[in-house]
Design a protein around this ligand. Structure first.
Ligand code: PGA
Length: 252
């Protein structure tokens, strides 16, 4: 059975003032029957980790370099995230793919480096608005999945997030049928390539998830949780999303 996962992506938000939100959240959701992952900026990983010690909440990074170490000014390696207390890292987020021109080859190299450092890779895929309008969504997502995931990917090492680029931070979301179509397609593709392991890989939806739409999204087949941006910054909102996830029907 796939364990539900709610992941919060703080993006480039948060300073030490944000730690009280973490304390509030951990008090709200401690003991819930799902995994809760907070991905703060790298500068806060150590402090968030201390803040959630003993609660079961997980802490992750938002990106890591494909090299293990070396002359890469300003970058952070997967081993450094691991050393700081992270267990997971988001890779291939559309903001990285756009802002830093990351392609599938680079994302795959980053995933391999993250796995070598002992992190779980949370790999993001998703189409742009133009691609959806051109009815290319499944082709784009299929290509990104094929290119970004290394051979030997398993449920223990990789989580996939479907995040339509046009839904991120916009308040817009695909219809329930559209989300279900993409998640079903991803499940088929992962099972075809990775066999039983592919059937166990958790699939998250991301893009304008909020308390008001979470329950409907979590009720869809093959949606095992969410990657939440803006709404993860407030403990009350993220906590309500986590409550909706726990209440959602479990995948058969
Ligand atoms: P959003 O961001 O929830 O603010 O739309 C999601 C994400 O980019 O992971």
């Amino acid at each position: 059975m796939r364990r539900k996962l709610a992941a919060g992506n703080w993006k480039m938000n948060g300073t030490s003032d944000s730690l009280h939100e973490v304390e509030t959240l951990s008090a709200m959701v401690q003991g819930r029957d799902c995994d809760v992952l907070i991905c703060p900026p790298a500068t806060l990983i150590d402090r968030v980790k201390r803040c959630v010690a003993g609660t079961g909440l997980l802490v992750g990074g938002q990106d890591s370099h494909h090299a293990a170490a070396g002359a890469h000014t300003g970058n952070v390696s997967a081993a450094m995230l691991h050393d700081a207390g992270a267990t997971h890292v988001i890779l291939g987020h559309s903001e990285r793919r756009t802002d830093h021109r990351e392609d599938d080859v680079l994302v795959r190299a980053k995933v391999e480096a993250a796995l070598a450092a002992g992190l779980v890779a949370l790999v993001c895929v998703g189409e742009s608005e133009d691609e959806r309008e051109a009815r290319a969504t499944l082709t784009v997502v299929g290509t990104q999945l094929a290119g970004s995931l290394p051979d030997g990917t398993s449920a223990d090492t990789v989580v996939v997030a479907y995040e339509p680029v046009w839904a991120i931070g916009t308040g817009k979301t695909p219809s329930d049928d559209e989300i279900a179509e993409v998640h079903g397609f991803m499940r088929t593709e992962l099972t075809r390539r990775f066999g039983v392991a592919g059937a166990g890989i958790r699939l998250l939806y991301g893009g304008s998830v909020k308390p008001a739409n979470a329950a409907a999204i979590f009720a869809l087949p093959d949606v095992d949780g969410a990657l939440v941006g803006g709404a993860s910054l407030k403990a009350a909102d993220f906590g309500a999303i986590i409550d909706a996830l726990v209440a959602a029907p479990t995948a058969p």
